[in-house]
Design a protein around this ligand. Structure first.
Ligand code: GLY
Length: 346
C-alpha cells in the first residue's frame, strides 16, 4: 500500500471514511462538515503538536483533558462542555478529538452531549485508537460502578489515522494496540500477519467498519469486537488500571481460548494458534497480574456491563466466534488455571 487509503464505514446518511496512511493528517480539514465555523480541538498532554491539525478556514480553540483513567469521567465532560460554551461553540460547529482512545472516547461523548449532539472528527494518534476506539461511534466515560458505563453511540464525520504518529508512540502504548490487533485475527479468521503493517491496520479498520455497518448498536455481531475483553476488563478493574487495556486484552484472548477448549468448543491446536498470534506474531508476553484470585476476577466479570443474568463470553468455535451465555464458574476457574500453568511453562 502506498499513500493514503480511505476505508468506508457505511451507515447510510451517517457514512464516513477513515483515512489511513502516512501523512493522512493532511486530510483532516476535508472531513469537517460544510457550514462549520468554529472548531474545538480536544487533546491531551503528550500528544505531539505535529498531530494537531491546522485549519485555515475556521476559528480554532484547543482544550486539554487530564492524563489517566481518573479523568475519563463525567466531571471532564462537564468541564469540556463549559469550555465549549465559553468559547461560543454552536450546534453547527465541530469537535476535533486528537489523541488516543481515551481522548476519542471522552471528546466523542462531549460532542454527543453538547447541544444534544454536534459533529466530531477523530484524529487517532495511537494504534489502539486507530483500529478500535476512534471507529464505530462508541463514546463514553467511567463511573465508580463500571468502565464506559455512561456514554452514547455517536458516529464521527470522519476519522484520520496518520501512521506517522506510531513512530513516536511509547512501546507500552504500541503493545496495547497490538493486543487489539491480535483479536482481529480471530474475528475475521484471516492470516492478517501476511499483510504489511500499513495494510494490516487498514484491514483491521475495514473489519471493524463492516461489523459496525451490520450491527451499529451491538444487538448481535458487534459483540465479537469484545473478544478477549471479559477477562480483560476484570483485570483492569482489579489492578486499578495498572495493567493497560490492550495488555489485558492480550491475556483475555488466551484465557478465552482456554475457556473455549475447556467447554469443548475448540481443539488444543486452536488454543496454540491463539498463543502463536499473541506471543509470536505480536511478542506480547504479558504475565498475569500477581495476587489476584479467581474469585475476585469472577466477581469483577459478573459486574461487567455486558453480563446480563449470567457470565457471558465471546468464544471461538469451529464456525467462528459466538456469544455464549451461562458459562459456569467451574469452567472459568479451570480455564484460568490452564492459562496460569501455561504462562508459567513458557
Ligand atoms: N470497542 C468495541 C466496539 O467498538 O464495539
Amino acid at each position: 500500500m502506498s499513500g493514503i487509503t480511505l476505508v468506508p464505514v457505511s451507515l447510510g446518511e451517517r457514512s464516513y471514511n477513515v483515512a489511513v496512511g502516512s501523512g493522512a493528517i493532511s486530510l483532516t480539514s476535508t472531513m469537517i462538515p460544510a457550514g462549520v465555523k468554529r472548531i474545538a480541538v480536544v487533546t491531551q498532554e503528550g500528544v505531539p503538536d505535529s498531530f494537531i491539525p491546522q485549519f485555515v478556514d475556521h476559528d480554532v480553540f484547543v482544550a486539554k483533558i487530564g492524563v489517566g483513567e481518573a479523568f475519563k469521567s463525567l466531571l471532564t465532560i462537564q468541564q469540556l462542555c463549559s469550555e465549549f460554551a465559553s468559547y461560543g461553540l454552536t450546534r453547527s460547529d465541530c469537535v476535533v478529538a486528537v489523541g488516543g482512545g481515551m481522548v476519542t472516547d471522552v471528546a466523542g461523548f462531549a460532542a454527543a452531549s453538547y447541544h444534544r449532539g454536534i459533529a466530531v472528527v477523530h484524529v487517532a494518534t495511537s494504534l489502539l485508537a486507530m483500529i478500535d476506539a476512534a471507529v464505530g461511534g462508541k463514546t463514553g466515560v467511567n463511573i465508580p460502578e463500571g468502565k464506559n458505563l455512561v456514554g452514547a453511540f455517536w458516529q464521527p464525520s470522519g476519522v484520520v489515522c496518520d501512521l506517522d504518529a506510531l513512530n513516536t508512540l511509547p512501546t507500552r502504548e504500541m503493545n496495547c494496540g497490538l493486543g487489539e490487533m491480535a483479536k482481529y485475527h480471530f474475528i475475521a479468521r484471516e492470516e492478517l500477519n501476511t499483510l504489511p503493517f500499513a495494510e494490516r491496520v487498514a484491514r483491521c479498520i475495514g473489519i471493524k467498519g463492516e461489523i459496525v455497518a451490520a450491527d451499529e448498536r451491538e444487538g448481535g455481531i458487534r459483540a465479537f469486537l469484545n473478544y478477549g475483553h471479559t477477562l480483560a476488563h476484570a483485570l483492569e478493574i482489579e489492578t486499578d488500571f495498572a495493567i493497560a487495556h490492550g495488555e489485558a486484552v492480550s491475556l483475555g484472548l488466551l484465557f478465552a481460548a482456554h475457556l473455549a477448549h475447556r467447554m469443548g468448543r475448540i481443539t488444543s491446536q486452536r488454543v496454540d494458534e491463539h498463543y502463536h498470534v499473541v506471543h509470536d506474531v505480536y511478542s506480547l508476553h504479558l504475565p498475569l497480574p500477581s495476587g489476584l484470585t479467581i474469585e475476585e476476577i469472577i466477581r469483577a466479570m459478573a459486574r461487567d456491563k455486558k453480563a446480563v443474568n449470567s457470565l457471558t463470553f465471546v468464544l471461538d468455535s469451529a464456525q467462528g466466534l459466538e456469544v455464549v451465555t451461562g458459562v459456569t464458574e467451574h469452567d472459568i476457574t479451570d480455564a484460568f488455571q490452564d492459562l496460569k500453568s501455561r504462562l508459567q511453562q513458557i
